[in-house]
Design a protein around this ligand. Structure first.
Ligand SMILES: C[S@@+](CC[C@H](N)C(=O)[O-])C[C@H]1O[C@@H](n2cnc3c(N)ncnc32)[C@H](O)[C@@H]1O
Length: 217
């Protein structure tokens, strides 16, 4: 029997999780890129929305704030970070369902969601895991459903390339190499998604942050 793969915590080490929100806020232009991701996702009242690798829940809670009539679920494999998300949801009075699960085998039926969103999650996964999770997300979307991702993309210039070494050093070169090569759209396409496109790049202190969209046919 093979040992289960370990989950990399939000800031690479569990003891750093408590600092995750301020670090991400100040190093990734978080508010700007997450607002843009939400606008791109076109979430409407009644949509069932899944945030994969939701971490402390910032994006899932932003969905609920922007569209209170959406049905929002956040999923993460780390119960410590989910506890933080639960506290933030309670403080905001927002009803978001939080599910503890690995993303490569999620406890939902096929076609359970109209939108799947994810930010800063895929660079935690090696290529084989990325491929499994993309296939799993494809399964969870209704026909015509959409997948919207924000994560590290191919550095747009030499400064962004140098800055991205910091992320690679912290989060690992094996899981971030495909981001430096700009391979996420190819992997999504191979998982069965249609109309895959990179929609926007942001220069950040940690490198180029890219937004992607894809659809289930
Ligand atoms: C860098 S954090 C991103 C959190 C949040 N999406 C955000 O934008 O701030 C990555 C999250 O992915 C979760 N994670 C890593 N591997 C996972 C897996 N295989 N399945 C589910 N969650 C995973 C970690 O626990 C962590 O909370």
């Amino acid at each position: 029997m093979t040992a289960p793969e370990t989950i990399k915590p939000a800031l690479a080490y569990g003891w750093l999780t408590r600092f995750y929100d301020p670090v991400v806020r100040w190093t990734t232009r978080e508010r700007t890129f997450k607002s843009r991701l939400l606008a791109q996702a076109g979430i409407r009242p009644g949509h069932r929305v899944l945030d994969v690798g939701c971490g402390t829940g910032t994006l899932a809670l932003a969905v609920k704030r922007a569209c209170p009539a959406a049905v929002v679920t956040g999923l993460d494999a780390d119960r410590t970070v989910l506890a933080r998300a639960a506290r933030k949801a309670a403080a905001a009075g927002d009803r978001v369902t939080l599910v503890e699960s690995r993303a490569d085998s999620m406890p939902f039926g096929g076609g359970a969601f109209d939108r799947v969103i994810s930010s800063l999650f895929f660079h935690h996964l090696d290529r084989a895991a990325k491929q499994r999770v993309f296939r799993e997300i494809h399964r969870l979307l209704v026909p015509g459903g959409e997948f919207h991702v924000a994560d590290w993309g191919r550095p747009g210039n030499a400064v962004m390339s140098a800055a991205f070494f910091g992320v690679q050093f912290l989060d690992g070169f094996s899981t971030t190499a495909d981001h430096r090569r700009g391979l996420l759209p190819t992997l999504m396409h191979e998982a069965g998604f249609r109309d895959v496109e990179a929609t926007h790049d942001f220069n950040t202190p940690c490198g180029t942050l890219s937004l992607f969209r894809a659809a289930r046919a």
